[in-house]
Ligand binder design. Structure first.
Ligand SMILES: [Zn+2]
Ligand SMILES: [Zn+2]
Length: 543
């Protein structure tokens, strides 16, 4: 065990004790031990216990704990605290600038157990109302978390897209005559990736080390491959192709199972010709992942695109936990070219999200009627994100639910269930006559929280039998339904609705990330519920 590891144990111990509000003097002594031990030159493992005890600030108690760590690799006191605190919270306390009090509040009040969950809670404006928080603090916490998550091994495509495009722009400037393209997982727009892969055309004479790209730090190089980081955060792999750019591009784009399964054709062919020779349509990179799993791709022309989406479904306003009014949301959606907007605030049991009480519904519906009367070129629909109760029932009474234009049914509470219970609960909600769309079906958060376990095929079959669409939640942290299920759902006749779940007007643009995932799952326009016009959408919801 190294000094650094031993020091880190005391650091974590101090943080966890702070979280639990323990004796400040004890906490202070562990913080001091941490500061001293991490800088100590002599390895503690080579010192006698007398020598350790004589170090400044290390008394017999701390010395005994050090000895315990050296002998057993563990410290009982620390293990005791660790057992009481979820692993995600243990990581959260190590993030600079959050502070134990705030973490404790978020954990106890919101049930947040990881950095991603906390970030998601910020996006849903959950922190604003908490004691000791406010809009400003929420924004600070959000920034700290974003910074922290950027420095992880894996990251979201959505989080690095702009940075990656900036880098390739610099590369085009530095090497104007050469072909330079994204490849690998980034080109395939995988929702989570670990490196941005860039391919550079080789004309045999380039020493990349001599090409100055601003903010690109090359950390290792082997012939033809340079690895490093851009702007200190984005891991990049820059690779020189062999003689045939297009063939190398096709192969390195992957996915591996697909590339392995085909007979690589003539070297000089373009990607288009390669697909032709394979007897396949020219599949855009983001749609190739399913080619590794099945060999019946539709023509790319029938796959959904951004331009096909007509309605913005699943949005929150100031009536629950959104930060923009219905009017602001509608104006923004119209400005983006959409023709209708489904407002779906939280239902009444979601008190943590300021869910709409029955008594406030007439006011909300009145506001929607007022807006619709003002503008007949854009329609606002009276929707609701209705909580699925623990037993699979829906929030509100029969009569109230019947008043909505459409109902998204979602699980938000009691998410720790076994597969059988969770599946039964969801299936029961799907069978409810008022349910039109199943919201974020598994509740997962990418890089943050596994979804509840579900027998997805049973869920899909229940949707098919009850004319219920499944949401593809377009928030980059959710992207739930997972793309691997989309085709299985549409084959059973289930429609998919690509929804931003926006809690602020700008988040409506997340639909683009949903469309990428929809294409990855081979969603055809005709199977996309919100590619329909408002009237047809409403007709679907009248079952
Ligand atoms: Zn929800
Ligand atoms: Zn929502």
């Amino acid at each position: 065990m190294t000094n650094k590891e031993i020091a880190a144990s005391f650091n974590l111990l101090a943080k966890l004790m702070e979280l639990k509000g323990e004796n400040p003097f004890k906490i202070r002594s562990y913080q001091k031990a941490y500061a001293l031990l991490r800088k100590l030159g002599t390895p503690l493992t080579e010192m006698s216990s007398e020598e350790i005890q004589s170090l400044e600030g290390v008394g017999s108690a701390i010395s005994a704990k050090i000895q315990e760590l050296i002998d057993s690799g563990k410290m009982k006191t620390l293990e005791r605290y660790k057992a009481e605190v979820p692993p995600g919270i243990q990581k959260l306390v190590m993030i600079k600038g959050l502070g134990p009090k705030k973490i404790m509040t978020a954990w106890k009040e919101l049930g947040v157990e990881s950095a991603t969950e906390l970030l998601y809670a910020c996006n849903e404006n959950r922190l604003i109302e908490l004691k000791g928080f406010g809009a400003k603090t929420q924004e600070e916490v959000r920034k700290q978390l974003l910074f922290h998550l950027k420095h992880q091994d894996n990251f979201l495509y959505a989080a690095v897209k702009e940075l990656a495009e900036e880098l390739i722009g610099h590369m085009h400037d530095a090497l104007p005559k050469r072909r330079i393209e994204f490849s690998g997982t980034f080109r395939r727009k995988m929702p989570v990736l670990s490196v941005v892969h860039i391919l550079v055309e080789n004309s045999g004479d380039l020493d990349f080390a001599t090409v100055g790209i601003p903010d690109l730090d090359v950390q290792s190089s082997t012939p033809g491959i340079w690895e490093g980081t851009y702007r200190e955060t984005l891991p990049v792999k820059i690779e020189m192709t062999g003689e045939h750019f297009e063939l190398d591009w096709f192969i390195s784009t992957g996915p591996q199972p697909f590339v392995d399964s085909v007979k690589i054709p003539a070297e000089k062919a373009s990607e288009l010709e390669i697909f032709e020779q394979l007897g396949l349509p020219d599949m855009p990179a983001e749609t190739r992942d399913l080619l590794g799993l099945r060999n019946d791709p539709p023509s790319p022309d029938v796959l959904v695109t951004d331009a096909d989406i007509k309605g913005v479904i699943h949005t929150h306003s100031t009536f629950s936990d959104g930060i923009d009014s219905i009017e602001e949301m509608a104006k923004f959606a119209k400005g983006l070219g959409y023709s209708y907007l489904g407002i779906t605030d939280h239902s009444q049991v979601a008190v943590y999200a300021n869910g709409v009480q029955t008594a406030r519904l007439p006011q909300q519906w009145g506001e929607i009627d007022r807006l619709n009367a003002l503008d007949d070129s854009f329609q606002v629909l009276k929707g609701i994100e209705c909580d699925i109760l623990s037993d699979g029932g829906l929030d509100y009474d029969e009569e109230t639910r019947a008043g909505f234009d459409f109902v998204i049914a979602s699980v938000h509470t009691n998410i720790k269930m076994d597969e059988e219970k969770a599946t039964q609960r969801i299936v029961k909600a799907i069978e409810h006559p008022h349910t039109n769309i199943l919201g974020h079906p598994t509740g997962r958060l990418l890089l943050g929280r596994e979804g509840y376990p579900l027998d997805m095929m049973r869920v899909i079959d229940a949707c098919a039998a009850n004319q219920v669409a499944i949401e593809l939640n377009a928030n980059p942290y959710r992207l739930d339904l997972d793309w691997t299920w989309i085709r299985k759902a549409t084959e059973r006749g289930v429609k998919i609705c690509v929804n931003p779940d926006a809690h602020a007007k700008e988040a409506i643009t997340d639909i683009a990330f949903g469309v990428i995932i929809a294409r990855k799952g081979w969603l055809e326009v005709t199977d996309c519920l919100n590619a329909l016009g408002a009237e047809e959408f409403l007709a679907f919801c009248q079952k």
